[in-house]
Design a protein around this ligand. Structure first.
Ligand SMILES: [Ca+2]
Ligand SMILES: [Ca+2]
Length: 520
């Protein structure tokens, strides 16, 4: 009881606050009070007015308030109707076909499409603001301004359209094979606002067997919109290409030499990482001269076969000895497209050119020339110790700048890359005796007078006429033998080199130079 709070003065009727705050107290409760003192004597009612009189008063009051209420209600209704009339028919406003429009994702929302008309003005008076262009999924607000008042409309943009499927042209479909899963994206082109999942319905076909099959592509977008399209697809064998055999080219092999038919031959395949390769030697042997046809057969795991035939010519080397007492000899076998072999005898500083005999071998000496090979301390590499015993010529130049600052004419480089000593693999050349400058009247005449003896840093020098002969008669790649033979300069001997009188004013000219300006 202590906690219960009362308002009003002491001694007055105290009414609990909660009751005062509540609704009008109940009439009966207010008017009938139960006295504590009379409680013992049993319930006794002390009334100011007779109890039966009270309801009558209440009825009267109720009737009065009901009447007022009805009048107020009618007034309210009339006011409401008037307001509604104004609101709906007289007030300037926009008439929308819907106030909860929706739009398709990825498309442009035409804001005026939901405007049915206007009251109190012209439809062109509406100014709309809101996002333009294709809309992504989501909710967007558009504001319609008309007669100074703005109305906002919320547009819900959703993806409700099923993916649009179109069949790819037949030549662009796939390709599909009997090994790999068929990708439905290779069958149809898809158009949709969002991400589309494609699934292939094989229609019960076994797509692991080559053939033509009718299938169905089912498409579903992220919002569950579905579509499908049937298509005919072609399943091809996974691998139709045979392996590739490389290195099995036609070749010539010297009699009695060792020759491995698989050396340098390789096989590869587009699909099979390990295709097989077998060789049928067809009786090939290096023990007998002749032309052999060897067959290489490669097979991939899908059964594709490639066959390569290789012609191997086993031949007897046409050995050649440059002099009666010579203890050197070389393979004189002719090379295709090369009419001459050029042999350099270092010991005698003599160059001999050989033409071909009736068998096509270089056994016919046609020209001998005096030269200068490397002076002591330098080296002109010999070829007779390299595989095959030959070098070959490479690039050439009318003038070539030398390491010592001089100029050589009609330079023909020699490919010595096969020389066993790495010191011998740098470039040496055939070239003229050098000139002090790039001028044909500026000859190093003292060097010229060394022709027939050693002089160079490794190159092979000759007079201009001889260099020019090589230049004009030996095509690029001509074979070159560099050898030592003290017993003989060569089958044609050694020509006597020309000497220049160092006091002669013409000394700057090579006497063999065919130039019309040559004073010799
Ligand atoms: Ca869609
Ligand atoms: Ca293959």
């Amino acid at each position: 009881m202590e906690e219960e709070k009362y308002i009003g003065e002491e001694g007055q009727d105290q009414i609990p606050e909660e009751r005062m705050e509540g609704q009008e107290p109940d009439l009966f409760e207010k008017e009938y009070v139960i006295s504590d003192a009379q409680e013992d004597e049993g319930p006794k009612v002390s009334a100011e007015e007779p109890p039966e009189k009270a309801p009558k008063k209440k009825e009267k009051k109720e009737k009065k308030s009901k009447k007022g209420l009805i009048i107020a209600l009618i007034a309210l209704l009339l006011a409401g109707a008037a307001f509604a009339g104004w609101y709906f028919f007289l007030r300037p406003h926009i008439l929308f076909s819907t106030t909860r429009p929706t739009a398709e994702a990825g498309e442009v929302f035409d804001a005026m499409s939901i405007v049915d008309g206007v009251r109190g003005g012209d439809i062109t008076d509406i100014a709309v603001s809101g996002p333009a262009g294709p809309l992504a999924k989501g909710v967007y607000k558009y504001s319609y301004r008309f007669k100074g008042k703005s109305t906002e409309v919320t547009v819900s943009v959703r993806d409700t359209k099923a993916p649009e499927l179109s069949l790819k042209p037949e030549e662009e479909r796939g390709p599909f094979n009997d090994r790999e899963e068929v990708d439905p994206a290779g069958i149809v082109d898809v158009k949709d606002y969002g991400k589309v999942t494609l699934k292939l319905d094989s229609q019960g076909n076994d797509l692991k067997t080559p053939g033509m099959y009718e299938v169905i592509v089912n498409a579903k977008d992220e919002d569950g919109n579905e579509s499908s399209l049937s298509a005919v697809i072609k399943i091809e064998p996974y691998d139709t290409e045979g392996p590739k055999i490389e290195g099995a080219t036609n070749t010539s092999v010297i009699l009695w030499s060792n020759f491995d038919l698989m050396a340098g031959v390789s096989v590869s395949d587009d699909k099979d990482p390990k295709p097989s390769l077998v060789v049928d030697s067809n009786g090939f042997t290096t023990n007998a001269e002749g032309s052999y046809t060897v067959t290489y057969t490669a097979r991939d795991e899908y059964g594709n076969v490639t066959v390569v035939e290789r012609v191997i010519n086993v031949y007897q080397v046409a050995y050649y000895t440059p002099g009666y007492d010579s203890n050197v000899y070389w393979d004189a076998t002719g090379e295709w497209g090369q009419p001459y072999l050029v042999a350099v005898n270092r010991t005698h500083n003599t160059v001999t050119v050989y033409g071909k005999d009736g068998n096509g071998n270089y056994t016919v000496p046609v020209r001998a020339m005096a030269c200068s090979t490397a002076r002591p301390g330098y080296n002109t590499p010999i070829s007779t110790n390299v595989y095959g015993g030959r070098f070959h010529s490479a690039w050439r130049a009318d003038w070539c700048y030398m390491v010592d600052g001089s100029w050589g004419r009609y330079a023909i480089s020699i490919d010595t890359s096969l020389a066993p000593d790495p010191n011998d693999t740098w470039g040496i050349m055939f070239h003229s005796v050098c000139y002090y400058s790039q001028s044909i009247d500026d000859l190093e005449y003292e060097e010229y007078n060394k022709l027939g003896g050693t002089a160079s840093l490794g190159c092979i020098r000759m007079c201009v006429a001889d260099e020019l002969w090589l230049y004009n008669n030996c095509p690029e790649g001509f074979p070159i033998i560099i050898y030592d033979d003290a017993s003989s300069p060569g089958p044609l001997g050694k020509p006597e080199p020309i000497r220049i009188d160092v006091d002669d004013p013409r000394r700057g000219w090579d006497p063999t130079d065919p130039s019309s300006s040559n004073p010799w």
